[in-house]
Design a protein. Structure first.
Length: 241
């Protein structure tokens, strides 16, 4: 068994300590998050430049930091994580997690216009949805269940603002993909599965495809008894990958 270097142990410890503090509201208020993450990134880049981190370790550390940046809307630092990764990636699951993250970041970069319905903002969102959807389709043949579920969550979050009566039929293919992928996995993300089937039912109702609408309402109702006993830890709203 190869020995893990003190630098790697130190960096993983810093990252996990930061995650713990961010879960604690009182501790979170005491953190200068941008400076803390910048410091960690500097250590990762320096370690790689000095040959103390191999490519896979470098990328895995950067992914951990990337997720924090996306969750806390630090988009410049998120892009720095992506730019600092060494490509091509050697692990297929890692590659697809990055594809999902890149699609997510492309929309989050809209900033105050992220939830806007202006044509320019919608075009960026639709492009991000398409990119994520294409990656999710490809991942179904190559990736493990955790990666596929991560892609489903990312795609769902990208679709959320489009769940308007005048927009949702533009994302019905994405909703079908999420529903099918999670069903094939027998996923325990029951809240997400319930919500997707409800929205699919609305799409089919808009299209006057009443049989499919009823089928999806029926599927959504199957998950409701389970929702009280299973917590998804804000997975749908907050977890990217």
């Amino acid at each position: 068994m190869s020995k893990i270097s003190p630098l790697i142990l130190s960096l993983f410890y810093e990252i996990n300590t930061l995650k713990s503090k961010l879960k604690d509201e009182m501790s979170c208020e005491e953190i200068n998050l941008s400076d803390t993450i910048s410091s960690i990134l500097s250590k990762i880049v320096e370690g790689r430049n000095l040959g103390k981190l191999d490519s896979d370790t470098n990328n895995n550390l950067l992914l951990e930091v990337l997720i924090i940046n996306l969750q806390h809307r630090l988009f410049t630092l998120a892009q720095h994580c992506l730019d600092s990764m060494e490509r091509p990636f050697t692990d297929v699951d890692f590659e697809f997690r990055i594809k999902f993250a890149e699609a997510d970041l492309s929309v989050k970069k809209l900033g105050k216009d992220e939830q806007s319905f202006k044509k320019s903002a919608l075009n960026v969102r639709i492009k991000g949805i398409t990119t994520c959807q294409d990656a999710l389709v490809a991942s179904l043949k190559e990736c493990n269940s955790s990666t596929i579920q991560s892609g489903c969550i990312t795609l769902w979050n990208l679709c959320l603002p489009m769940l308007q009566p005048n927009l949702r039929n533009q994302i019905d293919d994405s909703l079908k993909l999420i529903a099918t992928a999670l069903e094939d996995l027998q996923s325990m993300l029951v809240l997400l599965r319930c919500q997707v089937h409800v929205e699919l039912a609305k799409c089919y109702k808009d299209q006057e495809r009443l049989i499919e609408a009823l089928e999806n309402f029926s599927k959504s109702s199957q998950f409701r008894p389970k929702m009280g006993s299973i917590k998804e830890n804000h997975y749908i709203q907050h977890e990217v990958h």
